[in-house]
Design a protein around this ligand. Structure first.
Ligand code: SF4
Length: 208
């Protein structure tokens, strides 16, 4: 009776409408990703691994990093990678005796395919461009705050966002205005420049 998906409850409850709306949006994302999987006979996670390998640094290209990024077990990631290796999209480079620390690399064919499938969510981005910049910036910040809260509940994998970084300093300017500063880069960050996946991110937990 109290479900967010009960329309009677939703009518007067903003939070229920946000929950239901995010669920509908997730549905659209699944449809778009599935379209790419059908075109290329790969699973959604295999496509996401190709895109991850295209855009991350060499030292982040291990099964362990992928498992943490996608909140999956190393065994699940290894299974997905086996198919990508068999299809000659990915190569494994094993340094030393530990097979688990093998580094992964895209082959030329894998990089070409990754660039093609990396466009899977462009339809959504094109739709967003129709909205006012300020409106989009508010939504972006709201979603990052929501991700931060979900991460605290361990419902989402660790993210390398400014909001979870030990280098971010924030200074309230008024009831509604906050300014941000990155201590690592030694420069102010405007709201639209806050990062969702920053290679320099460090968790406060690592602070000595
Ligand atoms: S290091 Fe990166 S994640 Fe951390 S505050 Fe600076 S820009 Fe944000």
């Amino acid at each position: 009776m109290n479900s967010s998906f009960n329309p009677d409850r939703q009518h007067e409850d903003v939070d229920s409408k946000i929950v239901a709306a995010l669920d509908r949006i997730a549905q659209a994302f699944r449809v778009l990703l599935w379209e790419k999987t059908k075109q290329h006979q790969l699973s959604p996670i295999q496509i996401q691994i190709l895109i991850y390998l295209l855009y991350h640094a060499d030292d982040e290209m291990t099964v362990g990093h992928l498992a943490r990024h996608f909140n999956l077990t190393p065994a699940t990631v290894s299974d997905a990678i086996k198919t990508l290796v068999r299809k000659s999209y990915v190569e494994r480079h094993i340094s030393g005796r530990d097979r688990r620390s093998a580094h992964l690399h895209l082959t030329d064919a894998g990089a070409a395919l990754a660039r093609t499938v990396a466009t899977w969510a462009d339809t959504v981005r094109e739709l967003l461009a129709r909205y006012d910049f300020q409106e989009r910036t508010v939504v972006m910040q709201f979603l990052m705050r929501l991700i931060e809260a979900l991460q605290r509940q361990q419902l989402i994998s660790l993210t390398r966002m400014c909001f979870t970084c030990k280098f971010l300093r924030s200074q309230p300017q008024s009831d509604t205005q906050v300014t941000f500063f990155c201590e690592l880069m030694q420069k102010p960050l405007q709201v639209h420049s806050l990062r969702l996946d920053c290679p320099d991110h460090e968790s406060p937990a690592l602070e000595e």
